[in-house]
Design a protein around this ligand. Structure first.
Ligand code: BGC
Length: 497
C-alpha cells in the first residue's frame, strides 16, 4: 500500500457510530441551533454593511463608528522612545518602545500585570490608581534613576479598549463598559483626566499623548510592517475592528470642514452590531447571557463571538441538556461545579477542540479535574461537537464583520491584521474564518490564494500605541493641531507666549 503525502496535519476522525440515538437527536438539535449556512452569512453581511454606513451618518445607528483622530498611516520614519500601556480585559501591560532610524523596525520591552477581578466592579479611582501604580513600578524597575520624578518627560500611548467617543486623540469619553466591566462613575466621563489625576497622586511624570483602541493600534502596527493591511481586528476577550476611512465619506464629521481626502482611522465598535436583533440567529443561551449581563441589550454581536462568552454559552447549553428530562447526560453526577456562572472560559473549549484522541481521553481528564464530572464516551462526543459548533459559529460570524467592511470600502484584496486570544489560540478559528470568507465572496477553487486574508498582526497595543503617540508628536511639531486637545490642562501643545 502507498501512503500519500498530506499537506494538512492529521485530524481525528470523530466517528459518532457509538453515540446512542437519543443523544444523537440532541446533537442534531444543537447543530441546527448553532450552524450558520451560507445564505444566512450573506444576509448578515448585507445587514452589517448597512449598519456600518449608518454609524457614519449624522443620525447614527447602533454601531458607533468612532473617529479616532489617528490620521493616515505611519510612513516608517517615526522615531523616538515611547511608553505604551494596554488595559485589556484580563491583563495590564506596560511597554517601552523604541522606534529607531531604520524603517519599519522597533524594540520593545514590557511587564505584564494581572488585573484583579474585584477591580472590574470597584471604583474609578481604584482602577486608575492601580494602573498608575503598575506604571510607576515599571519605571522604577526599568530606569536607573534615584527618583522617577527626575525622569525626562515620557510620552504614553494609552490603549484603553472600550468604546470611547474621541473628540481629540488624547481625550475620550467612555460610552459604556464592555467585557464584563462594571465600574461606577466612569461611563459618560473623559477617562484621560481621571488617569492623569491618578498619575499625579503617584508622582509619575508622564504625558498621555494618545488614547488608543486596541484595534486601531493593531491596524497601525500591522500597516507599519505590511502595507497591504487595510483592517485591524481583535478577536479576544472582546471583539472589534478598525479601518481607515476618508473624511469625505463620514457625514457626521462634515460640520468640521476638514480636508475630505484625509484618511482617519475609525474604531467601529462592531460588538454592538444587531442590538436591535434584526438578523443574528440568537439561541436561548445567547439571550440568557445578554439578560443576565451588567449591560443587557448591548454588544449583541460581541456576546456571540468573543472569548469572554464562548465558555459560558457552552456551559449554559450543557446545563440545559442536563435539566431536560428527555436527555440522558451526566446521570448520577454532581454537576454543581458546572452550575457556576462563567466558570468555563474559552481556553476550556479550546482544550476540548484540541483533544487528539478518538475516545477524547483529554476531555475526560479535563471534565474530571475542572468539573468533577466523570463523562462517558458518547457524552464526550456530544461535548466535542458542541465546542466545535460554538467555535465555528464565532469564527464565521467574525468573518461577516470583515467582509462587511471590505464590501463597504470596495476592497477586493488586502490583509486584515488580527490579534487576540481567540484568534491566536483557539484551534481552527483562522481556517474557519477563511472558509466563511470564501463562501461570502464566492471564491471558487480556481482562486489560488484568498484575496482577503486575516493574518496575525504586529503588536498593536505595544508598537501600535507607540506609533500613534509618535504620529501625534510629529503632527504637533509640524503645527498641525487637528484632533489634538488644545484646552486640556496637560495639553501637548505648548501655550503661545
Ligand atoms: C471593546 C472594544 C475593543 C474590543 C476588543 C470590546 O469589548 O468595546 O473597544 O476593541 O473589545 O478588545
Amino acid at each position: 500500500m502507498y501512503l500519500t503525502a498530506s499537506r494538512k496535519p492529521p485530524s481525528r476522525k470523530g466517528s459518532m457510530h457509538d453515540v446512542p440515538n437519543d443523544l444523537m437527536k440532541h446533537i442534531h438539535e444543537l447543530e441546527e441551533m448553532f450552524t450558520i449556512h451560507t445564505p444566512k452569512l450573506l444576509e448578515i453581511v448585507s445587514k452589517f454593511q448597512e449598519e456600518l454606513v449608518k454609524g457614519l451618518s449624522v443620525a447614527g445607528g447602533s454601531i458607533p463608528m468612532n473617529p479616532t483622530w489617528v490620521i493616515g498611516y505611519p510612513t516608517g520614519d517615526e522615531t523616538g522612545t515611547y511608553l505604551a500601556l494596554d488595559m485589556g480585559g484580563t491583563n495590564l501591560r506596560v511597554c517601552e518602545v523604541e522606534l529607531p532610524e531604520e524603517k519599519g523596525q522597533y524594540d520593545i520591552y514590557q511587564s505584564k500585570y494581572r488585573l484583579p477581578e474585584e477591580i472590574k466592579s470597584g471604583t474609578g479611582d481604584q482602577l486608575f490608581d492601580y494602573i498608575a501604580e503598575c506604571v510607576k513600578q515599571f519605571l522604577i524597575a526599568n530606569h536607573e534613576c534615584e527618583d522617577i520624578k527626575d525622569l525626562k518627560e515620557l510620552h504614553l500611548g494609552f490603549t484603553f479598549s472600550y468604546p470611547c467617543e474621541q473628540n481629540a486623540i488624547d481625550h475620550g469619553i467612555l460610552q459604556r463598559w464592555t467585557k464584563g466591566f462594571d465600574i461606577e462613575g466612569v461611563e459618560g466621563h473623559d477617562v484621560v483626566p481621571m488617569f492623569e489625576a491618578a498619575l499625579e497622586r503617584k508622582g509619575v511624570p508622564i504625558k498621555i499623548t494618545a488614547l488608543v483602541n486596541d484595534t486601531t493600534g493593531t491596524l497601525i502596527a500591522s500597516a507599519y510592517t505590511d502595507n497591504t493591511t487595510r483592517i485591524g481586528c481583535i478577536f479576544g476577550t472582546g471583539c472589534n475592528a478598525a479601518y481607515m476611512e476618508t473624511i469625505g465619506c463620514i457625514p457626521k464629521l462634515a460640520h468640521m470642514n476638514l480636508d475630505p481626502n484625509l484618511e482617519i482611522a475609525i474604531n467601529c465598535e462592531w460588538g454592538a452590531f444587531d442590538n436591535e436583533h434584526f438578523v443574528l440567529p440568537r439561541t436561548p443561551y445567547d439571550r440568557h447571557i445578554d439578560e443576565s449581563s451588567p449591560r443587557p441589550g448591548q454588544q449583541t454581536f460581541e456576546k456571540m463571538v468573543a472569548g469572554l462568552y464562548l465558555g459560558e454559552i457552552f456551559r449554559l447549553a450543557l446545563v440545559d441538556l442536563y435539566s431536560n428530562p428527555d436527555v440522558k447526560i451526566f446521570e448520577k453526577q454532581d454537576i454543581s461545579a458546572l452550575q457556576l456562572e462563567y466558570s468555563l472560559d474559552s481556553s476550556f473549549l479550546a482544550e476540548i477542540e484540541s483533544d487528539p484522541w478518538e475516545n477524547l481521553m483529554e476531555t475526560h481528564a479535563l471534565f474530571e479535574k475542572k468539573l468533577k464530572i466523570d463523562t462517558t464516551e458518547p457524552e464526550r462526543k456530544l461535548i466535542r461537537r458542541l465546542a466545535e459548533l460554538i467555535g465555528t459559529r464565532a469564527a464565521r460570524l467574525s468573518a461577516c464583520g470583515v467582509a462587511a467592511i471590505c464590501k463597504m470600502k470596495n476592497i477586493e484584496s488586502c490583509h486584515v491584521g488580527a490579534d487576540g486570544s481567540v484568534f491566536n489560540k483557539y484551534p481552527n478559528f483562522q481556517e474557519r474564518g477563511a472558509k466563511a470568507l470564501r463562501e461570502i465572496f464566492g471564491w471558487g477553487k480556481t482562486v489560488r490564494n484568498d484575496p482577503i486574508q486575516i493574518v496575525p498582526s504586529e503588536d498593536g497595543s505595544g508598537v501600535g500605541a507607540a506609533l500613534i503617540a509618535a504620529l501625534t508628536m510629529k503632527r504637533i511639531r509640524k503645527g498641525i493641531h487637528a484632533g489634538v486637545n488644545v484646552k486640556r490642562k496637560n495639553s501637548l501643545i505648548p501655550p503661545i507666549p
